[in-house]
Design a protein around this ligand. Structure first.
Ligand code: AHR
Length: 500
């Protein structure tokens, strides 16, 4: 079957914000302890940061990392995680029914981000706390000196402020599972007052308010509207969260989660703009999709809690397979195609806990299947996203009656002259013969790279002993043709083609 993609160099959708390739580190299971931080590990540095995980994080290409939660954020007292390690308290974490040793905290996280080359994103606890502790935390992190909390940071060995720009105003505050959950009115007011005082300390901040915990929440829509009605003037972003599930174990139906993600984004944009319209405001609230991933195999209570308040238990250790990687690849295409409003997104999470990276405590680290579409998108998705016109056959599914077989996004980097085409063939039986028209790019283009992610067994996954089972491989069926390209995409394959 055939399909066609046409782009024109003069018609860009938007610049692609690098923050769209973010990830997430929560004090949850083995994400921090045994994930990024494991003193005594053979690859660990003097601070206890695992070198192998740092290296894989760099290869993943993630730009910004959200911390310290997640649900954990809503019960976290940041003071417990700073200062001399021997004086830090062990506390019960009511989000994950674990014991939190607090041997890793904000300063260690910022050090880790610097060493890894990523931007830190922090969140304030608006579950058990409010504007007062938020302003103190910000003063500790960003104020240069001459005040109690700035000087406390300096006494802890951090003379220079951390200068963290991007802050989350709480986490999933509408969820009954959240420590200190709130109504839209309670949260909207708190978010407004918290943001206001935070900006008085540091006017350069970027602040993100909590949207609904997910699209199926009963208050979805009205929550976003009411929260923004309160805090519109102080918020830059609203958050979206989604976890994809393979509910019926049929790949065609599973693919529908990608189209639903696209609808979710467009709905939240409409709500943001409705609040703006009511105020006759030209301001546009941007979207921070700060938790997204596949998560269903370990979405059961026994994977979320272990008895006895253990430290760093193995929780949410989802093993990803080939079909999950196709979903993640498709979701990345959707994020890129909404680059005009989605200016930040975090794959949840980074390591061990629903993560693209897996480790064995004391042992090696390896790439899960979903690592690959993310790393390739972050590497080649540069510059701006072009308006792609796509002519594709459709297929009928229960979730999406008119599902396009081909999903694609095209980026173009004026700095390097490179153009990248990301394409997912969702047909399970047919190859797609795709004609790609690159208008206005001039003749004599060269093919830099063509890779496909495809595995005949959708359930195949990468393991410690076979870490390279699901990996991208060259696609030899791509040729330069005229001022464009022709590519043959295997059934159930995610592809990236780079030209110059
Ligand atoms: O990422 C796992 C959890 O999912 C996060 O802590 C929470 O915000 C979401 O419900």
């Amino acid at each position: 079957i055939r399909a066609k993609i046409v782009v024109d160099r003069d018609f860009a959708l938007s610049d692609l914000d690098r923050r769209v390739f973010g990830a997430f580190v929560e004090h949850l299971g083995r994400c921090v302890y045994g994930g990024i931080f494991e003193p005594g590990h053979p690859t660990a540095d003097a601070k206890g940061f695992r070198g192998d995980v740092m290296e894989l994080t760099r290869e993943l290409g993630t730009s910004i990392i959200r911390y310290p939660g997640g649900n954990f954020m809503s019960g976290y007292n940041w003071e417990d995680g700073v200062g001399p390690v021997e004086a830090r308290p062990k506390k019960l974490d009511l989000a994950w029914f674990s014991t939190e040793p607090n041997t890793f905290g904000t300063n260690e996280f910022v050090d880790w981000c610097k060493a890894t080359g990523v931007e830190p994103m922090l969140g304030v606890n608006l579950g058990t706390r409010g504007p007062d502790e938020a302003r103190e935390y910000l003063e500790y992190c960003n104020h240069p000196s001459g005040s109690h909390f700035a000087d406390l940071r300096r006494s802890h060995g951090y003379e220079q402020p951390h200068d963290v720009k991007f802050w989350c105003l709480g986490n999933e505050m509408d969820g009954p599972w959240q420590i200190g959950a709130k109504t839209a009115q309670e949260y909207g007011r708190t978010a407004l007052e918290t943001a206001k005082v935070m900006r008085w300390i540091d006017p350069t901040l970027v602040l993100s308010a909590c949207g609904s915990s997910h699209r199926q929440m009963p208050t979805y829509g009205s929550w976003e509207y009411e929260v923004l009605d309160h805090c519109f003037d102080q918020a830059d972003f609203i958050s979206l969260h989604t976890y994809f599930a393979n509910k019926t174990d049929e790949i065609d139906e599973y693919f529908g989660v990608i189209d639903q993600m696209d609808s979710f984004i467009k709905e939240v944009v409409a709500i943001c703009d409705a609040v703006a319209a009511k105020r006759r405001s030209p301001k546009r609230i941007m979207l921070s999709f700060d938790e997204w991933n596949v998560w269903y195999k370990t979405h059961k209570i026994e994977h979320m809690r272990k008895p006895g308040w253990p430290e760093a238990p193995a929780l949410l250790e989802e093993i990803y397979n080939a079909e999950d990687a196709l979903i993640v690849g498709g979701a990345l295409i959707t994020l890129m195609n909404n680059a005009d409003r989605v200016k930040c997104a975090c794959l949840a999470q980074l390591v061990n806990v629903i993560g693209p990276i897996m480790t064995e405590t004391g042992g090696p680290a390896w790439r899960q299947s979903i690592f690959h579409p993310f790393a390739l998108s972050a590497k080649h998705g540069q510059g701006r996203v072009l308006q792609a016109k796509i002519d594709t056959p459709t297929m009928v599914t229960k979730a999406v009656p008119d599902m396009p077989v081909l999903l694609a996004a095209v980026t173009d980097d004026p700095a390097t002259g490179q153009t990248a085409i990301f394409a997912l063939n969702r047909s399970s039986s047919e190859s797609l013969d795709v004609e790609i028209g690159l208008r206005g790019f001039g003749p004599n283009r060269t093919l830099i790279e063509a890779l496909e992610l495809h595995h005949p067994n959708l359930k195949a996954s990468n393991t410690k002993s076979a870490p390279n089972t699901v990996v991208p491989r060259p696609n030899a069926d791509v040729t330069i043709e005229g001022d464009g390209l022709r590519a043959k995409l295997k059934p159930l394959s995610w592809n990236v083609i780079v030209t110059k």
